[in-house]
Design a protein around this ligand. Structure first.
Ligand SMILES: [Zn+2]
Length: 252
């Protein structure tokens, strides 16, 4: 009976990753559908908002307080009250521009230096992806490509779009842009995958030959990009997107 079982089961640990990939692909297609659907015709509900009523809500316990308590401690939980995240746009720009700058060395400098009796080999992220692809680990190559090159770039581009639209006080596709911000929050998780991949690579090489792996300069730049994009998306306040609608309504 056991002969009918598939005899070859390469890298069993990756089956979970494959499931994850499938799930995220399904999620991605639903996101694309949500972002591209044209629901501009449905009128946005004109409900009173906290801003219009001169109120603000505590970010920690959601207690609604008058706007005059801005910067004061929340009467219920003691957290500092803010109408919007303080200096949200400036902070997000600062983190984002630093991330853009470090994205260049992260991709050009070697992330991994392998020293063995055959010599020293330096690998950038992209050369690592090509090496993995050519050596048959296509799934791993795909994961590294998505997690290390595509996801950080996508995150930075989306945040740039959101910031520019806040500057322009655009009321264009507010719902879709809010969903884009949600997407940034979700895909941020995938950035952490790199650590797993590097650990996996290190163990593969260590087991294979007498070699030592040391992280190159690109690894530090890359880690900084991951942290900076995380901080950038944390400092962005998605409610700023909707403020332009309030301002537009107030003018009419
Ligand atoms: Zn509170």
């Amino acid at each position: 009976m056991s002969d009918t079982q598939p005899p070859r089961r390469k890298l069993p640990r990756l089956s979970g990753a494959r499931e994850q990939l499938q799930r995220s692909r399904k999620f991605a297609s639903s996101v694309v559908r949500e972002i591209t659907d044209d629901d501009e015709r449905t009128p946005l509900p004109q409900v009173p908002t906290a801003t219009r009523l001169g109120l603000l809500s505590c970010h920690a316990c959601d207690l609604v307080s008058p706007r005059s308590l801005e910067g004061q401690p929340c009467p219920r939980c003691g957290a500092t009250l803010h109408h919007r995240k303080p200096d949200s746009v400036a902070r997000t720009w600062a983190f984002l521009l630093s991330a853009y700058m470090l994205y260049i060395p992260a991709n050009l400098l070697p992330v991994m230096v392998t020293q063995s009796i055959l010599g020293t080999q330096q690998d950038t992220i992209l050369s690592g992806v090509i090496y993995l692809w050519l050596s048959g680990s296509r799934l791993l190559a795909g994961i590294v490509l998505i997690a290390s090159i595509i996801v950080p770039l996508l995150k930075m581009l989306i945040l740039t779009l959101l910031l520019v639209s806040v500057h322009m006080r655009s009321t264009w596709r507010l719902r879709q842009r809010t969903r884009l911000y949600g997407l940034v929050e979700v895909i941020g998780r995938w950035s952490m995958l790199d650590i797993f991949v590097v650990a996996l690579l290190a163990s593969l090489v260590r087991a294979g030959a007498l070699a030592t792996i040391i992280p190159g300069g690109g690894a530090l730049a890359f880690a900084s990009v991951v942290v900076l994009t995380m901080l950038a998306s944390l400092s962005f306040d998605p409610r700023l997107l909707w403020d332009s609608l309030e301002q537009q309504d107030a003018r009419h």
